[in-house]
Ligand binder design. Structure first.
Ligand code: FE2
Ligand code: FE2
Length: 268
């Protein structure tokens, strides 16, 4: 399994790569290439793909971790940059109309209609439960919230706002034989729930958990709980993890946790 960070809040030290708020990584496993999420801005996504010599036409699947703009905003540019249609794995609720109220009211859902993406070649495979979409590549399906989660925002329906539990937050589970690797976008389901669920789906321990852990602003008790209860062998945290929160986890977990940046490659 080879994972390349394509889009991340942190540019790292590789010349020519752009850092911007959002998330996208390319996973290569058993001869298939999966693009997980598409960042917020298509120009940044395609610029980084060019620098990293990733051809949009070579991608076999797109996997959308949840329907927030910073994971889906680059989809249109990605589809425009390739000729063949592409299968997009996601949860049926990704097209909810989503709103954030702080620091000001704004839309935070997918900035496109399903139909316009389909016209550009998107072939959606939307499922609630876990399933294997290619050899050794699984969608986690909905992640049970056994302990605290990190849901954000509201859903707007008929002019009414209700809290959004982000039910469409799913993770990619990669079968490594005796263990699994897990890729999460924003970690809205809660990092502990994600790790436990990934372990349950394939009945194998988590060797690496990679992605955004959404811990910005989290209380110390909660961060301590992550240090004490996380059973992933290694964590690669980035995007919405939060720098202070990452530093706290690093003090507790030592070299078991590392930070992500654009261009970072992880091979397992
Ligand atoms: Fe995010
Ligand atoms: Fe998110």
């Amino acid at each position: 399994m080879r994972l390349t960070v394509v889009y991340e809040n942190h540019a790292g030290f590789v010349k020519g790569l752009l850092g911007a708020h959002g998330f996208s990584v390319l996973v290569e496993h058993r001869g298939r290439k999966v693009l997980i999420d598409a960042g917020a801005d298509g120009k940044v996504l395609l610029s980084n793909m060019t620098e990293l010599r990733i051809d949009p036409g070579e991608v076999d699947f797109v996997f959308i971790t949840h329907g927030h703009y910073d994971h889906t905003g680059g989809l249109k540019a990605f589809l425009n940059a390739r000729e063949e249609p592409v299968r997009i794995i996601a949860h049926p609720e990704i097209f909810r109309h989503r709103v954030a109220l702080k620091p000001h009211r704004r839309n935070i859902g997918i900035p496109f209609e399903r139909e316009e993406l389909e016209a550009l070649g998107a072939r959606f495979i939307l499922k609630e439960g876990p399933f294997e979409f290619a050899p050794g590549l699984w969608s986690s399906g909905e992640i049970p919230r056994r302990t605290w989660d990190r849901a954000v925002g509201y859903v707007e329906e008929n002019g009414r706002l209700t809290r959004d539990p982000v039910p469409d937050d799913i993770a990619l589970i990669i079968d490594l034989g005796n263990s699994v690797a897990v890729v999460t976008g924003c970690g809205h389901s809660g990092v502990l729930n994600i790790a436990w669920h990934a372990e349950d789906v394939l009945g194998k321990p988590v060797r690496a958990l990679i992605g955004g852990l959404h811990l910005r602003g989290a209380k110390k008790e909660l961060l301590n709980e992550v240090v004490e209860r996380i059973d992933a062998e290694r964590l690669y945290a980035g995007h919405c993890t939060g720098l202070d929160e990452y530093a706290f986890l690093r003090r507790g977990l030592g070299k078991r946790i590392e930070h992500l940046h654009v261009g970072r490659v992880i091979e397992l």
